[in-house]
Design a protein around this ligand. Structure first.
Ligand SMILES: Cc1cc2nc3c(=O)[nH]c(=O)nc-3n(C[C@H](O)[C@H](O)[C@H](O)COP(=O)(O)O)c2cc1C
Length: 302
């Protein structure tokens, strides 16, 4: 049986699959179900300082080859959410808390509270493509990225992983800024800005008009981003975008990812997609005589 374990800084993972932010992670019970279906760790929904309703429906549409969403970061706010973190941590589930804010102060407030609740690491949402003043609007500003990461790193001792967007001219430039500010790893990528028009209504379908594309169609872009990042960075990269199968995960790993996240794949292959992907990775490794997953990280660069 090949060894699928991998390590993200201080976090040892039983396999490389992690639940991506925003899918089945609004409460501890669903995150526990995901963990029991094979995920090695979970990332929470992105949580802010105050509660947010998100956008009106429609917020999610299925376009056959991808999903399009503009949820608008709905969340109950940090104080309401902390018990969910405490419960997953109590149940020994490696828990990465995703946070978003508009200023370094908001990020440090959120980071400190998440760390106190027991979160094992932080994911900084610098990449949501459809929430004004947050996410991508910050993730394009290199000075602000530096200030946020430096402030969070001073405030907490757990690993800090900024999550970056593909909606930029040069993701390597942004990631280098994050690494210089002492980020412990990079998560790549969030969704790609996109939209769909309804011909009969002659209007965009999403209530917010513009949303983020995820699922199968995103994979080649995510793999390219991870490959480019691995060429320039020496901190761990967590690959995400369009992973539906073990082969998809292996592409990201060969491009340089230490671990991968899965979101939309749950919609296509149900909650046990994590177990399915691990079993497909195992079959591939057996067929190709690999014993340790670590041997495959970044091999596409040789
Ligand atoms: C419905 C939905 C909600 C999401 N919410 C968040 C979020 O709150 N924070 C975040 O960083 N990413 C969020 N994402 C982006 C995913 O975490 C992931 O980066 C993206 O969907 C690409 O991966 P996938 O193709 O496996 O879904 C969301 C994605 C979807 C489909």
């Amino acid at each position: 049986m090949p060894d699928l374990t991998t390590r993200l800084c201080t976090i040892k993972l039983r396999n490389p699959t992690i639940l991506a932010s925003g899918i089945l992670d609004e409460d501890a019970n669903t995150m526990q179900r995901v963990y029991h279906n094979g995920a090695a760790a979970v990332v929470t929904k992105s949580i802010g300082i105050t509660p947010r309703d998100g956008y009106p429906n429609p917020t999610l549409i299925d376009l056959d080859y991808c999903l399009l969403n503009a949820m608008g970061l709905p969340n109950p706010g940090i104080d309401e959410y902390l018990p969910e973190i405490q419960q997953t941590v109590h149940n020994k589930i490696p828990t990465i808390a995703s946070i978003y804010g508009a200023t370094p102060h908001e990020f440090t407030t959120l980071a400190t509270k998440m760390q106190s609740a027991g979160a094992h690491a932080l994911e900084l949402n610098l990449s949501c493509p459809h929430a004004k003043h947050y996410g991508l609007q910050i993730g394009c500003d290199k000075d602000l990225i530096t200030h946020i990461i430096q402030a969070v790193k001073q405030a907490v001792h757990i690993p800090v992983f900024p999550k970056l967007s593909p909606n930029v001219t040069d993701i390597v430039d942004i990631a280098t800024t994050a690494a210089d500010a002492k980020a412990d790893g990079i998560v790549a990528i969030n969704t790609l800005k996109a939209m769909k028009i309804d011909l009969d209504l002659q209007r965009p379908i999403l209530a917010n008009a513009i949303g983020g594309l995820s699922g199968k169609a995103l994979k080649p872009i995510g793999v390219r981003c991870v490959y480019e990042l691995a060429e320039h960075l020496d901190i761990p990269i967590i690959g995400v975008g369009g992973i539906l199968t073990g082969e998809d995960a292996l592409e990201y790993i060969m491009a340089g990812a230490t671990a991968v996240q899965i979101g939309s794949g749950i919609y296509y292959r149900q909650i046990d997609i994590f177990t399915k992907i691990c079993s497909e990775i195992t079959t591939w490794m057996n067929n190709h005589n690999y014993r340790n997953l670590s041997e495959l990280i970044g091999v596409a660069h040789q």
